[in-house]
Design a protein around this ligand. Sequence first.
Ligand SMILES: Cc1ncc(COP(=O)(O)O)c(C=O)c1O
Length: 476
Amino acid sequence: MLNLALSMAVSYPPHSPHSSLPSASVAESRTALLKRAARDAMDYLEGEDTRSVAPRPEAIAALNALRGPLPPGPTSAEAVLHLLDTYGSPATVAKTGGRNFGFVNGGCLPAALAASWLVSTWDQNAAFFVQSPTAVVLEEIALDWVRQLLGLPEGTGGAVVTGATMANFSALAAARHALLARAGWNVEADGLFGAPPITVVVGEEAHASVLKALGMLGLGRNRVVRVPVDGQGRMRADAVPHMDAQTILCLQAGNVNTGAFDPAAAICPAARAAGAWIHVDGAFGLWAAASPEYHRWTKGFEQADSWATDAHKWPNVGYDCGIALVRDPEQLRAAMSMEAAYLVQGEHREPSYYNPELSRRARGVELWAGLRSLGRSGLAEIVERTSNHARRFAAGLKAAGYQILNDVVINQVLVSFGTPEQTLSTIARLQAEGTCWCGSTVWQGQTAMRISVSSWATTKEDVDRCLAAMLKAAKE
Ligand SMILES: Cc1ncc(COP(=O)(O)O)c(C=O)c1O
């Protein structure tokens, strides 16, 4: 309290247009500060339509104003906020609007944004029920909503983590535990040196985060059997190798470039019969299960043992929010729990026993809020609307004579503007012009621009405006 009072009492630096703080109580000053933060946030959102999606080079250069040595003494909270908004806001990527098509980035739903303000205000540690009943109960409810939306078996449990990378890591840690326990080996206690071998099977187009997770688990990024894929990046069912009870099979629901799904229905029955552990990286694609129109792509993935997905992608719950789900949650608990005299097991599910982290943000609250605001039909609508937008992009680009490299099955489009140089220079012009933002990739040897339509906020008008910007950039 002393420190807070001290920092509240410090006036603005001389260059600030604001005068020193009124001599109000700490509570009043804090209220004024939060109102100002809310105003800054609203101004930011309102200004979004008129600004460049990528920050201007001058704005990035101006971030230097935030460098320098740590001041020897306190700065008022108002001055800190002023610095952040003055220099920080302009150098952000405008991704809460509808014109950022880079990576696979959702926006943030209003309910999730408002919830995140409350979550930050509550400052809960969502490790144990005793530390935050609200955080733990809402996370539990949200996890089961996710399970239902994805059409996964009852009894499936999981963890709310930072993203699909950590969700892959957590779920694969459960797989590693289960397979080695089956072989009489306690990997958490004894490590991997001398352990019975595990074979990991992945598709040639597995996402890099799956390989990273395997590396972090000591299973090796390169020590995998790679299954050939087709022209869309789908694992070839006829090329899947022999599997047994010491095999982890990693399938993919939604390729980061094409959006294509591995043929789970054709692959899973044999994998299950062999006793293999099936893991699904469904960072965004798995959410297609919530849409009656797109559900068909996710058929068969429900037969898996574990799934990784992101709520900060298609569900637009804001950063960061990933989810690991495991058919037998006890395997996840065995991999993640720890013991210390001061850590408690109450009557409730204790999130920390299912998570890589001990202390953690109450991101399950934002997940709960985002999903509650959407409902099943709202999520289905985002999946369907963004996929329609992707098709509109593809049709417009194709009509203008450019080559679409993928079958646009969901929200991802790959377009070539000619030679690799022509494509890369088009992307550079588009990013600099600022109407929208798209990144590049190399898809099976061909340089392409990626369009990932993942934000709830994208409208048909946005698509047409961005399409015009793309065509202009391609012709310059
Ligand atoms: C298929 C797939 N898996 C995993 C990831 C990693 O997700 P995150 O960035 O949330 O860790 C992504 C990210 O785009 C993805 O598309």
